[in-house]
Design a protein around this ligand. Structure first.
Ligand code: DX5
Ligand code: ZN
Length: 211
């Protein structure tokens, strides 16, 4: 199990220090919000660029923005390793995935809780990341939606049966209890923000989530 702490729940006044406290995590999840696709505004490429020299961890960038293709280059140049955009915002996800691959970054698609899996099925064969939102995107600290487990299971079955390569990522409301449910559903990566950052020993919390 890969753990991806979301720095949305870190202390923005000391991000460099905070990322040292999550050194056991393989990925660092960067939640980008534009105040349009989601009601909240968070951080942008300047923050990725500022943190890049301070860690070799993978920057897993989750774009909750209305016009992702406009900002791909800025995040790639800043040092994002993975870029995940929402299927709800673009009518040609195929072209976006190809563009990201041409630029040498991993490509991901995310879907809001109400978006059915059928919306992303045509792209599954070429995706590196499928990010299942288990809360409404926009804010950390919300409650896990158990109805999303079915999507995770279906993605896991499709992956096994078709030989697909994507990581199944779950994002929202992950704690030591919901982590187990997701693990049983075949998830590969857990994004966790508030649960990890509220602990005094964050690396211990990260290891605990793997169990
Ligand atoms: C929600 C974000 C999540 C969020 C997770 O819009 O995509 O990454 O920060 O936070 P927790 O783990 O607190 O639900
Ligand atoms: Zn996220």
């Amino acid at each position: 199990m890969i753990i991806a702490p979301s720095i949305l729940s870190a202390d923005f006044s000391k991000l460099q220090e905070d990322i040292k406290t999550i050194s056991e995590a393989e990925w660092i999840h960067v939640d980008v919000m534009d105040g349009h696709f989601v009601p909240n505004i968070s951080i942008g490429p300047a923050v990725v660029k500022a943190l890049r020299p301070h860690t070799k961890q993978i920057f897993d960038t989750h774009l909750m923005i209305s016009d992702p293709r406009k900002y791909f280059d800025a995040f790639i140049d800043a040092g994002s390793d993975h870029i995940t955009f929402h299927v709800e915002v673009d009518d040609d996800p195929d072209a976006l995935i190809d563009y990201l691959h041409e630029k040498g970054v991993k490509a991901g698609i995310s879907l809001k809780p109400a978006t059915p899996l059928s919306a992303i099925e045509p792209y599954l064969h070429k995706l590196d990341v499928v990010l299942v939102m288990s809360v409404e995107p926009g804010f950390g600290g919300q409650k896990f939606m158990p109805d999303m487990v079915d999507k995770m299971q279906q993605l896991s079955t499709l992956k096994k049966n078709q030989g697909y390569q994507y990581h199944i990522v779950v994002d929202g409301g992950i704690n030591n209890e919901t982590a187990k449910i997701c693990k049983d559903a075949g998830v590969d990566v857990l994004v966790a923000g508030s649960y990890i950052f509220k602990q005094s020993d964050r690396n211990k919390a990260i290891e605990g989530l793997r169990l």
